[in-house]
Ligand binder design. Structure first.
Ligand code: ADP
Ligand code: MG
Length: 292
């Protein structure tokens, strides 16, 4: 491509809300064979809400919600806000909190009201040697509905299963159809539960799911996908997407995402919608494709 055609393409991108931070990205995008996409905040709104809370005998619903909300009030994860908001809506007073700790990709724990409280994924509970099988059928039903099940333990005893649901962005289904129309494979990468991810992927017609990925696992996943598919672009919004954005052939950040993701990306989609990805690829093909 000539410097002039890249300038024209970059200018056209800006009009469409697609910021090419590197001219090279405009040239590379047309070669993409697969698009890997982060789930939370990219395919979904990134604003989950609490939908279910089921406590075991010996525990009181409002008390468990207050304890877990107290712990989550210190976390910056989108899940945390959902739980804190639910407790606020029920008018609960949050107990005093000390010794908060967040374990990336797993969950959070603290001492609330003198009790040790743990909140997190099933793998977090297993790492604490807590058996969650009593909730297996409930968790499977919740996950099949596209909700993310989480567990709460109080003083070393399993207390409750909780679900949060994050709505799919209205623009996502058409964007995936447009990527398929361009002949691309669409792959979802998420730290969320396998079944939940599968349910959401099935609804969206996504081709491949890589779930329960720890934050540092996103980079390895992109490297594996490059081997399997050739040129791979990655789309993400979160702090933990930044390394994967850097390692992909082209990294595209959702413009409403975190600064860290935007800094690491080659392309920024100002619309905040996945539709920017097929638009950017079409632009790459139109600008670069017919020059050779
Ligand atoms: P993702 O944002 O894609 O779900 P993360 O690595 O941030 O990926 O989290 C992976 C999983 O760890 C979450 O789906 C959730 O089950 C659990 N988790 C992480 N942070 C929290 C938290 N603050 N409260 C409860 N669970 C959490
Ligand atoms: Mg995200």
């Amino acid at each position: 491509a000539t410097p002039t055609s890249i300038m024209v393409g970059t200018g056209r991108g800006a009009e469409l809300g697609i910021l090419f931070r590197k001219g090279e990205a405009l040239q590379l995008l047309k070669n993409a064979k697969a698009i890997a996409v982060d789930k939370t905040g990219t395919l979904t709104e990134g604003r989950p809400a609490l939908t279910d809370l089921e406590v075991l005998q010996g525990f009181e619903r409002a008390q468990v919600l207050a304890l877990m909300a107290a712990v989550e009030s210190r976390s910056e994860h989108p899940i945390a806000r959902a739980i804190v908001e639910a407790a606020q809506q029920e008018g609960l007073t949050l107990p005093e909190l000390t010794d908060f700790e967040s374990i990336t990709g797993m969950g959070v724990h603290a001492i609330a009201d003198g009790q040790r409280v743990e909140v997190g994924a099933d793998r977090y509970m297993r790492s604490l040697s807590l058996d969650v099988t009593v909730f297996d059928s409930t968790a499977q039903r919740l996950a099949a509905e596209g909700k993310s099940p989480l567990y709460v333990a109080v003083d070393g005893k399993l207390a409750a299963v909780v679900a949060v649901a994050d709505p799919i962005k209205a623009s996502t289904p058409d964007a995936i159809a447009a990527l398929h129309a361009l002949g691309l494979k669409v792959i979802m990468i998420t730290g969320d539960n396998q079944r939940t991810a599968q349910a959401i992927a099935a609804k969206l017609g996504i081709d491949e799911v890589v779930a329960e990925v720890m934050p540092e696992g996103k980079v390895q996943t992109i490297e594996r996908l490059k081997q399997a598919h050739g040129h791979v672009a990655f789309v993400g919004d979160g702090i933990n997407d930044a390394p994967a954005l850097a390692v992909a052939d082209v990294g595209l950040a959702i413009g409403t995402g975190t600064d860290v993701a935007i800094e690491a990306a080659d392309v920024v989609l100002m619309s905040g919608s996945l539709q920017g990805v097929p638009n950017a690829i079409a632009l790459s093909k139109a600008t670069i494709g017919n020059i050779h």
